[in-house]
Ligand binder design. Structure first.
Ligand SMILES: Cc1cc2nc3c(=O)[nH]c(=O)nc-3n(C[C@H](O)[C@H](O)[C@H](O)COP(=O)(O)OP(=O)(O)OC[C@H]3O[C@@H](n4cnc5c(N)ncnc54)[C@H](O)[C@@H]3O)c2cc1C
Length: 488
């Protein structure tokens, strides 16, 4: 059977979800193309990681956001189980502190019900305190959304890509799409820094760069501008934490600063919302004013925050804000074979699975033939976390593989076996190992384990230690064999 070639540009949560869904078809040859050295390093890496319930978006103003968020939240329940992605379905509380806020809660309730969100309720002070003992006692009412949850977005992207690759998707890393060739009617070829790829279909899932990619096929009617959000992340031992996701009443630009506990058990506060010029698509700097704004607003939601000395990291993410504000999920007006999945700002993480299922429908509508595989594998196993298993299991693991007996990262109790497994699954850099295993994510932020991880990467990848990269190209940890260079 001849196969139609589909290229998905961008291995963020959206491209990875599409890759998984398209990997179900026998007669598609799917290529997932990513310019970075790893998957999930774009917008999907730095965000609030909430699986929103779906009451925020007005279906009249933002029909795609309203529709796909609720459906995506539902689908993540199944996907997280199938792919062993950790999720906590702990629910969210939108707190009110004024009459104006209270009115907004009733608007959200009505909107959520229209969007089909289940279980929404306005609750009073007593119940707020029962659900979240660290919620501010000044909160007058709250909108309780039991279906909201949390995941680790990077873990989700890697799980989706591992599963897609297992089902035949071809992953191209460090491959930047530079141009798209067409024959007057349809797309035919991608030009990349790694050569050309013949294609029948192209899906543009490039996050902040979706407008640039759309311009390659005759200009686009939308622009993507970055809207920065800054965060504080606390040490996993920092108290008090929260057991629910706490929101203020939303503002027109964003859902406001959130207080939440990540699936890894770290309290996190943020983000604010600062619009940046279109060309600052890489500006992830944090600012003193921005962080102060986050701290002040987060403090209003809780009885207390941990001391600032417990902060282990501040960081920023960039929302890809599209012209018009809604997700742009549609084929090119005149050129066959090109589909935009652009402007995936929040709640894009939540919506990704639902958006992904739109693509086969669009392909069928545009004339593609799709045949389901008989042997598609819906499951994937996560890397065993030594720190999470019982002592009995720890002993068994060490007996089976002595590398489990070597703790590489003391803060997060990560073993050499886990680091080796992360490399086997695609980590090529210190950052890639860190994001897959948590080695380097603890209190010391890698000061203790970075050199050990570099040596393991060097051994496993069969490269010289100084060639080991922290992140992408140009981030090698050394300059070469200085001893030999000096004696040349
Ligand atoms: C501050 C903040 C908070 C958020 N909070 C939430 C939340 O709590 N819940 C929620 O649902 N959503 C949230 N979002 C939104 C969510 O993070 C995004 O919708 C989602 O991550 C977008 O994924 P993506 O795959 O479209 O983009 P990306 O993750 O950016 O993926 C696009 C990929 O394309 C690659 N690429 C770009 N150009 C090229 C090229 N020329 N060739 C090859 N590859 C290329 C990039 O390297 C990148 O990896 C938040 C976003 C931000 C920034």
């Amino acid at each position: 059977m001849s196969k139609a070639r589909v290229a998905i540009i961008g291995a963020g949560i959206v491209g990875a979800s599409i890759a998984r869904v398209l990997s179900r078809y026998e007669n598609l040859e799917v290529h997932l193309i990513e310019m970075e050295v790893d998957v999930g390093w774009g917008v999907s890496k730095a965000n609030t990681a909430i699986l929103h319930a779906g009451y925020d978006d007005d279906p009249n103003l933002y029909p795609n956001r309203a529709k796909y968020c609720v459906r995506g939240n539902y689908l993540w329940r199944k996907w997280t189980k199938q792919l062993q992605i950790r999720a906590s379905w702990n629910g969210s509380l939108v707190l009110s502190f004024s009459e104006e806020d209270e009115e907004e809660l009733y608007n959200l309730l009505e909107r959520g019900e229209r969007n089909g969100v289940k279980g929404l309720r306005i609750i009073e002070k007593d119940e707020i305190q029962k659900l979240e003992k660290n919620a501010s006692p000044s909160a007058t009412l709250a909108l309780w959304a039991p279906t909201a949850g949390q995941i680790s977005p990077f873990e989700a992207v890697t799980a989706l890509v591992e599963n897609a690759v297992e089902n035949g998707v071809i992953l191209h890393l460090e491959t930047k799409v530079l141009d798209i060739v067409e024959d007057g009617t349809r797309v035919t070829k991608l030009v990349t820094n790694n050569g050309e790829i013949e294609v029948d279909w192209v899906i543009n899932a490039t996050g902040l760069y979706a407008d640039y990619i759309a311009e390659l096929v005759g200009g686009s009617e939308f622009k993507i501008t970055p809207r920065r959000g800054e965060y504080f992340l606390f040490d996993s031992t920092a108290e008090p934490k929260v057991s629910r996701i706490l929101f203020p009443a939303p503002k027109p630009k964003s859902k406001g600063v959130v207080v939440t506990t990540t699936v890894d058990g770290n309290l996190m506060i943020g983000p604010n919302a600062t619009d940046l010029p279109e060309e600052e698509k890489e500006n992830k700097e944090t600012t003193q004013e921005g962080l102060e704004e986050v701290w002040i607003n987060a403090s209003k939601l809780v009885k207390s925050l941990p001391s600032k000395s417990k902060v282990i990291k501040t960081f920023a993410g960039l929302r890809p804000e599209p012209t018009g504000g809604d997700f742009i999920i549609k084929p090119h007006d005149s050129l066959l074979g090109f589909i935009n999945v652009a402007g995936m700002r929040s709640p894009g993480l939540t919506s990704a699975p639902a958006v992904a299922y739109e693509i086969p429908k669009m392909l069928l509508h545009l004339g593609a033939r799709l045949v389901l595989k008989k042997n598609w594998n819906p499951t994937r196993k996560r890397i065993i976390r030594f720190s999470e298993v019982s002592n009995r299991r720890k002993n068994k693991l060490i007996a089976m593989n002595p590398l489990y007996g070597n703790i590489v990262c003391q803060c997060e109790m990560v073993t050499e076996a886990e680091v080796v497994e992360a490399i086997r699954r695609g980590a090529r850099t210190i950052e890639g190992v860190k994001l897959r295993t948590r080695a380097g994510m603890g209190r010391c932020q890698g000061a203790f384990c970075r050199a050990k991880i570099a040596m393991i990467l060097s051994r496993e990848l069969k490269i010289k230690p100084w060639q080991v990269r922290v992140k992408g190209a140009g981030s090698e940890i050394g300059v070469g064999d200085l001893f030999s260079l000096l004696h040349e």
